[in-house]
Design a protein around this ligand. Structure first.
Ligand code: ATP
Ligand code: MG
Length: 758
């Protein structure tokens, strides 16, 4: 029998090839970023198919995201030179488990058409159970219980086998409520996300015959990003691989970044114990990045203590050093990156041009995206947000915007509907129907209808009192929007406070809550660049109108977590400041665990870059409504100097970073013992110290030089966040008459304008 050709093997180095050709028995591939683990894994699938060892439906391959799963399918097809007919078991843990559970739902008391609850449903259910158990929901909120239960599910603990040591959880009532919750889910014929794995583990543990059937069915098992599996996922894999042991796991302990969601690096170490005699493959050549980028990444990760340790090298010598730049504040950072992306696109930085598709901005926290999205919209730079909604599409942002809309325009019925019972005010469907009926009968808005309803005593009790409070609030807020002298930024804060919306998230104990509060703060910050709430709402309406995905190249924005496994020719890593990255929470933790996970995230970030990596930090960030000077991230100290170029911050030398392109300030290079010794950084510090941490009200907004404001004269070219570029025609007190290039003549407050170079 003539062997079928295997040209794809020629693309591999000997170590990869060994991992691919060792088709039978357990294989563990433990190697650093960009060494071709995913490539080896996909080639292994192609090889299994080509050699006839397995049919497509006999291969179980697990990846971490849907995007990764799609890419893996495409890669296999490319290797084989043909589309693969069905790879039904290639997907994420969750997508594979849903399919399995639909087949065997009855074994855990469900029907095969069970529903999968989202977080909101889950919380509502838990709340009912807490109330039924006579527990004070205010002190013991449902979201906290949801966190506890998720955590137990990640460890594959059913209510029956939660260990005794956990008995104190949720005021001693955790286990009991967990059992009640599971029972309730069963009667509802529903599962939550964590159940998908938990139920499958339970089924396989209890039904040997079924397990044996699947063991022989899934003849080969492959797992990418193995370092991020949690215990439930691990147990599930171990059960399925238990018979033939044809399991190949690939991962990198240095890229373990889901500890906060129950992932355990220990699973890597357990592998060799659970699968004795495993072929352990180490890959050391990185094919993705230049030597400078790799050295910078290695320098950072070296500071972690608990590592398995490995060597990495690349044949791609030379290239650009990792670029480091400090900015005055986050807005300036976004402005600079916008300009830099445009410059790199047209190849004016002395480098070959990059397509927008080749560039990515990777942030630590999703609220950082706002500044970039706003900036890119202003300059018309196409972008996409990967792995999550865009900033203004987020739940908490939409809610807050509805509050702003109803304050500006009390006739906005859609906004009213959104906020009338958010946060909960005891105004459920019935009450809302009464309001609507009243409004319809009188031909008035819902707000007016609600007023009439209250006047007619058509609503009583707690709901009536709460509705009265809300209507008073809307009346007050609306009045304030009409007052020109009031600060709309403060008004926005007042609205979110008085409505109870901020408190609602403060009381929320889910892992997402802090992020949502950050987003709300970021929203208020965004307001500063507009003259009033109305202007801001228009801006956002325009953005949302632009929502349809247009074809064409786009720069990508995503979190570092979402960037795992991906690669881009050019990567920007903004916000490297202590408190943001590493996060304040990780720094507050006792022990090193938290900061070490953040450092692995830094390593993931740098190693996404192929040719150019640019790290930046800002000297000032607004935190809790106050300007605070920020310190550059401790990870910046860990970057090996020889592989870093320090760029001159643009705002500091009157635009010194300009025509000369990439050319660095020579003086600065000489002095670059480390970042803090650079004159740019010193000047930033001096300015930061001469400035009160809490800004006087009139200089809130885009931070600009006080001198710059007074020094505007007719003829100056300026930039306004909303109206774009223009020329100063006249000055009147703190207002400027400006002829904008696109928006025409406008009178704007001077502090909303910055001097433009071009
Ligand atoms: P990560 O840890 O970031 O997930 P990885 O180890 O999975 O990285 P891959 O994404 O598989 O790495 O490979 C990184 C890059 O190197 C890809 O562009 C891939 O095509 C290329 N590559 C992998 N192996 C080889 C090889 N033997 N020869 C040439 N290029 C290779
Ligand atoms: Mg990979």
């Amino acid at each position: 029998m003539a062997a079928r050709p295997t040209p794809y093997l020629d693309e591999l180095n000997p170590a990869q090839r060994a991992a691919v050709e060792a088709l039978d028995g357990p294989v563990l591939m433990l190697a650093g970023a960009g060494t071709g683990k995913t490539k080896a894994l996909t080639t292994r699938i192609a090889h299994l198919l080509t050699t006839g060892k397995a049919r497509p439906n006999e291969i179980l391959s697990v990846t971490f995201t849907n995007k990764a799963a799609r890419e893996m399918k495409e890669r296999v097809a490319r290797l084989l030179g043909q589309t693969v007919e069905g790879m039904p078991w290639l997907g994420t843990f969750h997508s594979i488990c849903v399919k399995l559970l639909r087949r065997h739902a009855e074994l855990v008391g469900l029907k095969s058409n069970f529903t999968i609850l989202d977080t909101d449903d889950q919380i509502r259910l838990l709340k009912q159970l807490i109330v039924a158990a006579n527990i004070d929901e205010k002190r013991w909120p449902a979201r906290a219980l949801a966190g506890v239960i998720d955590n137990w599910k990640n460890r594959a603990w059913t209510p029956q086998n939660v260990p005794a040591g956990e008995a104190s959880a949720f005021n001693q009532r955790g286990v009991e409520l967990y059992a009640a919750y599971q029972e309730r889910l069963r009667t509802l014929n529903a599962v939550d996300f964590g159940d998908l794995l938990l139920h499958m583990v339970t089924i396989f543990q209890k039904h040997d015959d079924l397990l044996a059937q699947y063991q022989s069915w899934f003849r080969y098992i492959l797992v990418d990003e193995y370092q991020d599996t949690n215990v439930a996922q691990y147990l599930w894999l171990r059960l399925l691989a238990g018979g033939h042991k044809n399991v190949c796991c690939v991962g990198d302990d240095d890229q373990s970044i889901y500890g906060w969601r129950g992932a355990e690096v220990g699973n890597i170490l357990r592998f060799e114990k659970d699968f004795p005699g495993a072929t352990v493959v180490r890959l050391e050549q990185n094919y993705r990045s230049t030597a400078h980028i790799l050295a910078a990444a290695s320098g950072v990760i070296d500071a972690n203590k608990g590592r398995l340790g490995k060597t990495l090298w690349t044949a791609a010598e030379g290239g650009e050093k990792v670029r480091l730049i400090g900015h005055w504040d986050g807005e300036e950072e976004a402005r600079w990156i916008g300009e830099e992306v445009e410059a790199m696109q047209s190849g004016t930085r002395g480098l070959d041009p990059f397509s927008l598709d080749d560039m990515a901005i990777l942030v630590r926290a999703s609220h950082q995206m706002r500044a970039f999205e706003d900036r890119f919209l202003t300059i018309g730079l196409p972008y996409r947000v990967i792995g999550g909604p865009r900033f203004y599409e987020r739940l908490e942002i939409r809610d807050a915007m509805a509050y702003f809309r109803i304050s500006v325009s009390p006739e906005d019925d859609l906004a009213f509907e959104r906020i009338v019972n958010t946060p909960k005010r005891g105004l459920g469907d019935k009450a809302q129907q009464k309001i609507q009926a009243m409004a319809r009968a009188n031909g008035v808005s819902l707000v007016e209808g609600a007023r009439l309803l209250l006047a007619a005593k058509g609503l009583t009790g707690k709901g009536a009192a709460e509705l009265g409070k809300l209507l008073d609030g809307i009346g007050r807020w609306h009045g304030a929007t009409l007052d020109d002298t009031a600060s709309h930024v403060e008004l926005a804060e007042v609205i979110l406070d008085e409505s109870g919306y901020t408190t609602f998230w403060q009381n929320d104990k889910t892992p997402e809550a802090p992020g949502r509060l950050e987003n709300l703060k970021e929203l208020v910050k965004a307001l500063e660049q507009f003259e009033n709430l109305q202007g801001f709402l228009e801006h956002v309406a325009l953005i949302m109108d632009n929502e349809t995905e247009e074809a064409g190249a786009k720069v990508s924005i995503m979190t570092l977590h979402a960037a795992k496994g991906l690669e881009f020719p050019a990567v920007f890593l903004p916000g490297w400041e202590d408190g943001l990255f590493p996060s304040q929470r990780s720094m507050d933790e006792t022990g090193l665990k938290g900061v070490e996970e953040e450092r692995r995230l830094a390593y993931v970030g740098i190693t996404r870059a192929e040719k150019l990596c640019t790290i930046s930090f800002a000297a000032n960030r607004r935190v809790y409504g106050q300007w605070q000077s920020a310190l550059p991230s401790r990870f910046i100290d860990e970057l090996p100097e020889a592989h870093v170029d320090i760029l001159t911050p643009p705002g500091l030398y009157g635009g010194g970073y300009g025509a000369a392109g990439m050319a660095n300030n020579i003086e600065q290079k000489a002095a670059s013992a480390n970042v803090y010794n650079s004159p740019g950084w010193k000047r930033l510090q001096e300015r930061s110290q001469s400035r009160p941490t809490s800004q006087p009200k009139e200089s809130r907004g885009i931070v600009i030089d006080a001198e710059a404001v007074s020094s505007f004269t007719a003829g100056n070219r300026v930039f306004h966040q909303k109206f774009g570029y223009g020329t100063v025609m006249g000055i009147e007190g703190d207002k400027l008459d400006i002829e904008f290039e696109k928006a025409g003549a406008k009178k704007v407050v001077a502090r909303f304008v910055v001097a433009a170079e071009r």
